[in-house]
Structure formats: C-alpha cells, structure tokens
Design a protein around this ligand. Sequence first.
Ligand SMILES: *[C@@H]1O[C@H](CO)[C@@H](O)[C@H](O)[C@H]1NC(C)=O
Ligand SMILES: *[C@@H]1O[C@H](CO)[C@@H](O)[C@H](O)[C@H]1NC(C)=O
Ligand SMILES: *[C@@H]1O[C@H](CO)[C@@H](O)[C@H](O)[C@H]1NC(C)=O
Ligand SMILES: *[C@@H]1O[C@H](CO)[C@@H](O)[C@H](O)[C@H]1NC(C)=O
Ligand SMILES: *[C@@H]1O[C@H](CO)[C@@H](O)[C@H](O)[C@H]1NC(C)=O
Ligand SMILES: *[C@@H]1O[C@H](CO)[C@@H](O)[C@H](O)[C@H]1NC(C)=O
Length: 455
Amino acid sequence: MEATPKRLDLWCLVLLLICAFATLVDSQQPGYINIDCGLTDPSYSDGVTKLTYVSDDQFIDTGLNVKIASKYAVKNLISQFLTVRSFSNGTRNCYTLKSLTAGSKYLVRALFMYGDYDSLNKPPIFDIHLGVNYWDTFTVSSVDDPYISEIITTATSNYLQVCLINKNQGTPFISGLELRPLPTRVYADANSTHSLVSNGRLDLGAKEYVRYPDDLFDRLWLPATSQGWKDISSRSLVQPKTDFMVPSFVMQTAVTTLSTLQPLTIPWHSNNESTVFLMILHFCEVEASTVREFYMFVNGDPVFTITPGASPLSVPLSLTGNTTYSVSLVASSRSRFPPLLNAFELYTIQPNGIPTYSGDVSAIETIKKNYRVNKGWSGDPCVPTDFSWTGVNCTSDSSKNPRITALNLSYSGLTGSIISAFGDLSALKSLDLSYNDLSGALPTSLDQLTALTYL
Ligand SMILES: *[C@@H]1O[C@H](CO)[C@@H](O)[C@H](O)[C@H]1NC(C)=O
Ligand SMILES: *[C@@H]1O[C@H](CO)[C@@H](O)[C@H](O)[C@H]1NC(C)=O
Ligand SMILES: *[C@@H]1O[C@H](CO)[C@@H](O)[C@H](O)[C@H]1NC(C)=O
Ligand SMILES: *[C@@H]1O[C@H](CO)[C@@H](O)[C@H](O)[C@H]1NC(C)=O
Ligand SMILES: *[C@@H]1O[C@H](CO)[C@@H](O)[C@H](O)[C@H]1NC(C)=O
Ligand SMILES: *[C@@H]1O[C@H](CO)[C@@H](O)[C@H](O)[C@H]1NC(C)=O
C-alpha cells in the first residue's frame, strides 16, 4: 500500500531547521502528548514550541535508546531528532498512548531521522501502523533526511498504539511521537470507520511554517510556492471557520498566477488507482478590491465556481479511480484578478480495521503483565493476522471484533497462582498451561468459560 505521494513534485518540503519565530506562551496544552523517543533525561521544554517533551519509558517497554551520529546533530536541528529508540527484537513493537477518550478524534504525528544512529550508514525500510491499521512506510534514502508522518483518527478505546513493523530491511526506529486532541466536528471524513493519512499540508505564499500555538491543534503547515506563482498576503486577521479551523496566519498568505489567462494547477500522482484521496482547498480573499472569480476543474471537469470573500471557504474533494490527478483553478471571463489559493491539504482516506474484542484485550494484557510473559507480545493480540501473538489463536470473521479462542502458554516459565483473568477470556475453547511452575487451585472464574473444551 505504498500508494501515495509523500512529496508533491512542485515544492521543496524540507523542514530541518527551526525557523526563527519565537513564541512566548505557557507550556502545556490539555491532552497533548509529546514524546522524545530515546531521550535519557526525563523531560525538557522545547525551544520553539515551549511544549514539554518527555522520554518514552512510560509508553513502551522494548527497544534501545541511541543518539544519532554527532556529525548529523547540527546546530538548530529540531531537538526530537537528536535521539532515537530502535527495535532490533521482534517484528512488531508498539507505543501505547494512554488516558484518551474512546470515540474522540486525534491527530498523531510520528517523527523520524535516521542520522546514522547505528553506524551502518544505511537507512532501514519499515512500516508504521496505528493500532491494527497500516499507516505509512518509512523509506527515506538519505541518512539525514527528516521524515514526518501524520494521521487523523478516532480512538476506539481509551488508548492508541503506534507500532513499528520490521520488514527484514533494517532495524525500525523512531525519533518522536506527538498526539493532539481534535474536536469531533473537524475533518468529518475521519470517523469511526475511516482515518486520514496526511500527504501534505501546505501554506501557500508563506515564508515560515505554522504550528502550535498559532494552530491550536498543532497541525504542521509547511510554507510553499512555485515558479510562475505570485505570493500575496494581508495583515487582516481571518476568523477561522469551525469545519477546519484553519489558522489566520495560514489564510493571510496566498498565491495567484501572474495573469487571468494563466490557470493555477495542483497535480499529483498515485501508484494505485484504488487509493481514495481527500483534497481540501482553503480560500479567502487577501488582495482584490474588485471581482475575483474562478472555476475549479478536477481532472478536466468543472466542479465549482469560487468567489473568495473575507471569510474562509474550505472545499473538500474526495477523489479515486485514477493514477494522475489535477485540480485547476481558471479565472472566469468577468474576473479582473487571477485565481487564488491560500492553502491545501491532501490526505489518503483509509478504512479502519476491527481490533480484538476489548474484554479479551484487557484480560490478556493482565495475564501478560502478571506473569511477565516474554513472547514479544506487542500491539493487538489478533490483528493484523500476520502479527497475531505467539500462542494466541483467534476467530477470523472480518466483520466482527476477533475473539481469543485458544491460549497456549505451555513451557513459558509461568510461576505463582492461576489468576482470575483467564476466566475473562470468555470465548476461550482451549487453554494450555502445561509445563509451568504454577500452584494453587483453579480460580472459580474459569467456570465462566462455557466454550472451553481443552484445559
Ligand atoms: C491498491 O490498493 C488496494 C486497496 O487499498 C489494495 O487492495 C491493493 O493491493 C493495492 N494494489 C497495489 C498494487 O498496491
Ligand atoms: C533483545 O532480546 C534479547 C534476549 O531477550 C535481550 O537480551 C536484548 O537486550 C534485547 N535487545 C533489545 C534492543 O531489546
Ligand atoms: C466515514 O467517512 C467515510 C469517508 O471518509 C465515509 O465514506 C463514510 O460514509 C463515513 N461514515 C459515517 C458513519 O459517517
Ligand atoms: C484520469 O484522469 C485523466 C486526466 O487527468 C482523464 O483523462 C482520465 O479520463 C481519467 N481516468 C478515469 C478512469 O477517470
Ligand atoms: C492454533 O493455531 C495453530 C496455527 O494455525 C494451530 O496449529 C493450532 O492447532 C491452533 N490451536 C488450537 C488449540 O486451536
Ligand atoms: C501448545 O504448544 C506446545 C508447543 O509449544 C505443543 O506441544 C502443544 O501441543 C500445544 N497445545 C495445544 C493445546 O495445542
């Protein structure tokens, strides 16, 4: 599923150095999680955002903390890139972001910079999953290229897991992890069944990137322009609309073409025609005093007529079934000004997989913790089936939450008594606890296991 363009050809999206805009704000935003992976100090306040970043020990119990090579630890490098956590053991290693609200919407951002941390001088290739869903693939050829991936998703329980998947093409690693709560009303296309994976969020005509605190949701808006475009801007604040809450700073800059005869075109490619894109274009007038009017064409078909005003207008387009796309803005015959665009966002709409039944997950997590089970168990116990936990068998009706039907913990060095959590695996048909050092009576909770045929 490496279907999406991570770099739009027209623009240079390199975001390595901190831009010189200072922010003097209070440190924490409610519900923000800021993790600097591989950090050995407990926490620090970030020089740019003033947000407090913490080390990752409370979010994961596998992996190794490592510093990037000193030659890549250049002055002004974003602090989160200085250290990484790497995962040489196991095919799936997961961070758990806790204390969330089931049913709420979140922006999750993962940051990566290889920086030759393992002295192999060869960036690995690995997958990133959010819970049971494929999210992205890290394939960066350059040793010091930073890579940032974002997803907008709805939590199905009170936690989200970010997993790194070893594809036998090098050791997975991660530099930073950030989570931001979003109001349910924004990004309506991210809902209980679908997530949005970002391919780019560009602030056209801007000179510096915009994030928190100018964007209260801390979305990252990268500055962009192109040859043949003119950058324009306004000093007047733009009141955000509630559907996308685009920050005023983003709407105050825009690009136009050089004449009304020249269309403003955004092209992109997909290597899979089944990929579903969500393109969101943001418009508001920053310059014209008389009429500016243009048509929006999508792959040559006219879809809208737009007359930008002082209040922002956001147009979401859901597009699929092709490998080349273009959105073109063409001035109408009565327009005195060329077409304009303030910002746009491009996402891939991805269906959410169905995780294991939550009662089974909490029971098996309790068992894992109680006996310190050392089988590389990480992430969802059953899904995706390629990564289901060793010794665990599950139902496989893809329309329902999978249930754990068999648990084989024989020869696993378990000690102590048999805890009642086994009785909470209520779909269990087979439980094998042989060749351990368990003692005491069977808990009465096992009587609840009406499907149990093998013990
Ligand atoms: C294209 O995407 C579809 C749906 O996501 C997927 O099933 C299919 O395997 C993909 N094809 C390729 C060639 O990647
Ligand atoms: C990998 O697993 C081995 C054996 O369990 C352990 O000794 C080692 O510390 C682990 N390495 C990492 C990086 O987790
Ligand atoms: C969820 O969003 C997807 C597109 O992102 C849409 O196709 C689907 O109808 C939405 N479902 C609900 C229940 O709104
Ligand atoms: C794909 O887009 C091109 C133009 O961009 C168009 O000519 C073609 O008809 C489209 N194909 C489909 C299947 O819509
Ligand atoms: C669990 O699944 C494995 C692999 O599919 C199978 O060999 C084994 O018999 C199953 N165990 C039980 C108890 O169903
Ligand atoms: C559990 O796994 C062991 C091997 O580790 C195997 O010998 C045993 O038959 C399995 N138990 C069941 C019920 O499948």
